[in-house]
Ligand binder design. Structure first.
Ligand code: SF4
Length: 76
């Protein structure tokens, strides 16, 4: 997320909304790094998973598609 009008990411805002429970990750709040890191392994950031799945640390695209592939469970 960008802070108001500057066009720059706000680490504080990102940390405030981050739902990842993995302790000690250096990419926490750095969403671009988080996405790139997981995507290299066909995974997605923890924030895209429901809380009960996020807690398992299974970030795989396979798991994501099991949850959302049918279009069910989508946010919003
Ligand atoms: S989803 Fe992965 S890279 Fe992102 S903050 Fe959590 S453990 Fe770190």
């Amino acid at each position: 997320m960008s802070d108001s009008g500057t066009g720059k990411c706000s680490l504080d805002e990102n940390l405030a909304r981050c739902t990842c429970t993995y302790p000690g990750c250096p990419r926490k709040g750095r969403c671009c790094e988080c996405l790139a890191y997981h995507w290299k392994s066909s995974q997605l950031p923890g924030c895209l998973f429901p809380a009960d799945v996020e807690r398992t640390y299974d970030r795989s695209l396979k798991r994501f598609l099991e949850i959302y592939g049918s279009g069910s469970g989508m946010a919003g």
